[in-house]
Design a protein around this ligand. Sequence first.
Ligand SMILES: Cc1cc2nc3c(=O)[nH]c(=O)nc-3n(C[C@H](O)[C@H](O)[C@H](O)COP(=O)(O)OP(=O)(O)OC[C@H]3O[C@@H](n4cnc5c(N)ncnc54)[C@H](O)[C@@H]3O)c2cc1C
Length: 240
Amino acid sequence: MSKRLNCAISSITYFNTDTRRVVLDLPKGETLSFKAGQYLEIILPGKRCPFSIANSPHDTGSIELHVRPTPSSEDSVKIEALLDSADKIEINGPKGDCYIESSPHKTLILLAASTGITQMKSLYEYLMHLGHKGKVFLYWGVLADSDLYLDELCKAWAQENKAFEYIPVVSEPDTSPNWSGRTGLVGNSVLEDFEDLANVVVYVSGGPGMVYATLDSFVAHGLSEANMYSDVFSYAPRSP
Ligand SMILES: Cc1cc2nc3c(=O)[nH]c(=O)nc-3n(C[C@H](O)[C@H](O)[C@H](O)COP(=O)(O)OP(=O)(O)OC[C@H]3O[C@@H](n4cnc5c(N)ncnc54)[C@H](O)[C@@H]3O)c2cc1C
């Protein structure tokens, strides 16, 4: 059950030039029971804006969000102004049915576009808390290498866990002259690495266009549609 809470902003720090880490304290005596991969809504007058919860549910006490401005979005301007000035924000949550409660038995592919990494951070940290031993591949697609604001953390996960692979992918390498890693669309990188997707489970975080294009191309490579999970399927269902 979701609930409305007025949370104090505990801290706000910049990861890079535009993405902020926002830590919220729950009101005294309150708890927020959520599942790894769920999101909450920041409440603005007349509007609710969804943001993935970046921490794992076992990490209780505070809520971590990663907030990036969306160019030419009025709501994003309001969110930025709120974060610049407020010491409290009202949230509603948890929301979403794209989550993990137990270790999957198949190889797991986490595919994030931009700040979609937030949801994957929660999922991965929760799986590690559960003692998950299976293979996990994290593909993170960004426009420029400067958008890889959790690069160090993801590399540290790969150092600690031999069953985990981190594959960052830059889609506009012209803007990243020092980038020597993978390039192109993040979904295509998965298809380059996996000939057959029959035995994997995929979690995808991104906009509807990206998620549905990924679904179609992965199904054409053997993925069962039931093995792909994304919030998009609920908030932007494809018309029949
Ligand atoms: C389920 C969900 C989770 C989100 N989590 C975050 C987050 O952790 N950090 C953040 O900066 N923004 C996140 N967003 C985007 C954020 O809600 C909007 O940028 C904000 O509400 C401003 O409104 P808008 O008019 O630009 O977006 P809207 O017009 O309301 O559209 C939302 C758009 O957000 C994009 N989106 C979908 N999922 C994600 C995601 N996980 N991360 C980023 N963008 C996404 C899609 O392109 C979608 O079309 C999320 C959006 C959704 C739907």
